[in-house]
Design a protein around this ligand. Structure first.
Ligand code: FES
Ligand SMILES: [Fe+2]
Length: 378
């Protein structure tokens, strides 16, 4: 369990909070490129780490990520006219550049130049791997842009899926730190052709089903940590080991089989009580089977809200007949099964009431490591 204070420290992401400041020291995904497909097209509202922002591709193709609200009288710039050089507020025509500077304040007499001295919050943006990334920390401490190997893959080898989750980001992260849960939550009894994991990058989930009580080993790395799930195998002289690599602040290479497509997970904390998950499926060697991936993970979404129909209110469409026959959970799609458990905890899990066991070793290791990193940053 955690004290209420530590739970707060690990889950609050707003500006000035310890975790919020830690996350602001890294390049993080702000949106998918498809959310602002054309120069001069509609801007997209982006809420990230509790800040309400607007993302746009200006009329001359420059990217901007700025405070959503006009510095004049706080109208939303998401409604603004998207012009070369910046967004023009509809209310009184002030124009704000991609870097947040006020360029024009037309109703003001020419002698009044106060508007030109103003600027709104703005963050640097980079586009790579089908995503728009931003860095929201102090400019002088900006790290180099990450060189994840999947960033330059062609579109048929890279599938970036974004899905809304009605919880704090940490509930999602702790799902990926927990290698025992697939033996239960994700167990299929009679996989049908559509959900056999063939081509979906996780067919090797079948290999872990023989041991539902893996040993877990963790170690700190220069980039954050890794954890391994060590299972008994059919051969008494060998073990079956799956390793998960974690990269600060919240990225994870999920263990997959040697000849499967790979999976990188990233998070977009919207605020303390909601987030987007990015599932980045990639295969450097061959085109992905995109339909098989969607069918097995169940995470097909579309802009602007990237929600599926599943909620706590409709029990994630759990089907109790399916539970007798097909799978352990009665919920279709591994991503939806995860969300059913994580959203069912409530928006911020009350970790003062949990009872952690040996299967939670990586969760414990991660929390301790992050708390130490937050202390070091303070
Ligand atoms: S509120 Fe934006 S120009 Fe007045
Ligand atoms: Fe899971």
């Amino acid at each position: 369990m955690l004290t209420a204070k530590k739970n707060k420290t690990l889950t609050e992401v707003g500006k000035g909070t310890p975790m919020g400041e830690f996350m602001r020291r890294y390049w993080i995904p702000a949106a998918k490129s498809e959310e602002i497909p054309t120069s001069g097209g509609a801007p997209a509202r982006v809420k990230l780490l509790g800040e309400q922002l607007v993302l746009f591709r200006s009329g001359d193709g420059e990217l901007g990520l700025i405070d959503e609200f006009c510095p004049h009288r706080r109208a939303s710039l998401a409604y603004g006219r998207n012009e070369p050089g910046g967004l023009r507020c509809l209310y009184h025509g002030w124009k704000v550049a991609c870097d947040g500077r006020v360029l024009e304040s037309p109703p003001e007499p020419p002698a009044r130049t106060f508007g030109k001295k103003l600027s709104v919050a703005s963050y640097p943006v980079r586009e790579a791997g089908g995503l728009i990334w931003t860095y929201m920390g102090p400019r002088e401490l900006a790290p180099p842009f990450p060189k994840f190997p999947w960033l330059d893959l062609p579109p048929d080898r890279l599938l970036v899926v974004k899905m809304y989750q009605a919880t704090n980001y940490l509930q999602g992260v702790e799902g990926d730190l927990d290698p025992a849960h697939p033996n239960y939550l994700h167990r299929d009894f009679e996989p049908d052709d559509n959900r056999s994991w063939v081509g979906a990058g996780w067919q090797s989930i079948g290999d872990i089903m023989s041991d539902g009580s893996p040993e877990i080993a963790c170690e700190e790395t220069p980039y954050l940590m890794r954890h391994a799930a060590i299972r008994k195998s059919a051969d008494p002289d060998s073990k079956y080991v799956r390793i998960f690599e974690w990269v600060a602040p919240f990225y994870c290479y999920i263990a997959t089989g040697a000849h499967e497509s790979q999976l990188f997970k990233a998070w977009h904390p919207i605020d303390d009580e909601s987030c987007f998950t990015f599932y980045i499926h990639f295969d450097p060697d061959r085109p992905l089977d995109i339909e098989a991936i969607y069918a097995n993970w169940g995470h097909r979404t579309s802009p602007p809200d990237y929600k599926t129909v599943h909620t706590v209110a409709n029990m994630h469409l759990q089907d109790r007949k399916l539970m007798q026959r097909d799978n352990f959970s009665g919920v279709i799609g591994a991503s939806i099964q995860d969300r059913a458990m994580q959203e069912g905890m409530g928006p911020i899990c009350d970790r003062t009431k949990e009872h952690l066991g040996t299967s939670d070793k990586a969760v414990i290791f991660y929390r301790r490591l992050l708390l130490k990193k937050l202390e070091d940053l303070a």
